[in-house]
Design a protein around this ligand. Structure first.
Ligand code: ATP
Ligand code: SF4
Ligand code: MG
Length: 332
């Protein structure tokens, strides 16, 4: 099967007055039709930077983006601005944590929907109201909501409206950047269930960004784990849930409790992520890694597939030596 999105060697540098900051370095991954790919990593690891680079949302005068971002055979980094504009919303939509706060307080929800139809006349249905009601039903909201103003709705309802707006043109691919982080746990659970149903009913592909591994284990099919601007492990969720190979992924797994995992003490990962201005000579995780050797301080590890089918990969010099040491914490 061909991927819908293929990101290759993506590097993003913010140009600052104190010199450039390389926020993302040589990131490569694919998203296939009809799958949710979870993108996880701690704050500042570069998740949103990757999402924005895919949609070319960065101002070119202050951000340098290199690499290749292919969406259905089109390189989004080089395609003309108008062709890219046409693909946004209709082919690729984005829902972010702040989407629910981007609604105009002076316009009703129905006016928000109609503004988007008016901006895309070729896609507008004859009976907009009926279509608006259908879109609301997709996110489990009543038609009465159309007459409300944003301030009359809860955060969870506004976030569902942001998702309904993103679904207007049935895009095959969506990027969701922490769409539930600002919501309480019960509302989050409800919205995640809705996202899962929408994905299955519409055969959507979703790149789902979060710092919460627990959410991703429930939602995603495959997982990308990011640390300090690099992907350090990727693979099927079931495999990583059973046994993570990279010491950072193992730390993430240990930092939350699950009834599916062996009884281990919940532990955070000691230390802090490197400052993004720092120059790296070796493994970026070395200062926090319990398994670090001399080589880790001077030689940057490359990304290696651990299986012949190239489904599960890891960026660590010593994963072969480490795996026997952590088998006790794996679920087979
Ligand atoms: P979070 O989980 O907090 O949303 P993230 O993984 O999405 O974090 P990014 O927002 O992509 O991380 O940031 C990656 C790095 O790039 C950080 O070190 C951040 O400080 C830096 N960065 C992000 N935006 C800018 C900007 N506009 N100018 C300069 N540096 C930036
Ligand atoms: Fe740890 Fe070395 Fe592997 Fe980096 S390369 S994760 S420092 S063992
Ligand atoms: Mg972010």
């Amino acid at each position: 099967m061909n991927p819908l999105l293929n990101v290759s060697q993506l590097t993003v540098r913010y140009r600052g007055s104190n010199g450039p900051i390389t926020a993302v370095q040589d990131v490569s991954f694919s998203v296939y039709p009809n799958e949710i790919v979870g993108f996880v990593g701690e704050s500042g690891s570069g998740k949103s930077t990757v999402a924005q680079a895919i949609l070319r949302l960065h101002p070119s005068e202050s951000v340098e983006v290199t690499g290749d971002v292919r969406f259905q055979d089109t390189n989004l980094l080089t395609v003309k601005a108008e062709a890219l504009r046409q693909r946004r919303w209709t082919q690729i939509a984005m829902v972010s944590q702040s989407s629910m706060n981007a609604l105009n307080p002076l316009r009703t929800i129905e006016q928000h929907f109609n503004d988007v139809w008016i901006a895309h006349p070729s896609q507008s249905p004859r009976d907009r109201h009926t279509r608006n009601v259908e879109l609301l039903a997709m996110v489990n909201l009543d038609a009465l909501v159309l007459q409300k103003y944003p301030h009359q709705l809860s955060g969870g309802m506004r976030q569902r409206i942001a998702i309904a707006l993103a679904m207007m043109f049935h895009p095959p691919f969506m990027i969701m950047d922490e769409p539930t982080t600002a919501l309480d746990v019960l509302v989050e659970r409800d919205i995640l269930a809705r996202i899962q149903a929408l994905q299955q009913d519409n055969h959507l592909s979703i790149l789902f960004i979060t710092h919460d591994l627990h959410v991703i284990f429930k939602l995603a099919h495959r997982l990308l784990i990011m640390y300090a601007g690099e992907i350090v492990e990727s693979g099927p969720v079931a495999d990583i849930q059973r046994c993570a190979y990279h010491p950072y992924s193992q730390g993430l797994r240990r930092s939350f409790l699950s009834i599916d995992m062996p009884r281990v003490r919940r532990q955070g990962i000691p230390g802090w992520s490197p400052d993004s201005k720092q120059q790296h000579s070796g493994c970026r995780f070395a200062p926090r890694c319990a398994y670090a050797q001399d080589q880790c301080l001077t030689v940057a590890p490359s990304f290696e597939w651990i299986d012949d089918a190239q489904t599960h990969g890891v960026r660590c010099h010593y994963w072969r030596e480490i795996v026997p040491l952590i088998l006790w914490s794996c679920v087979w």
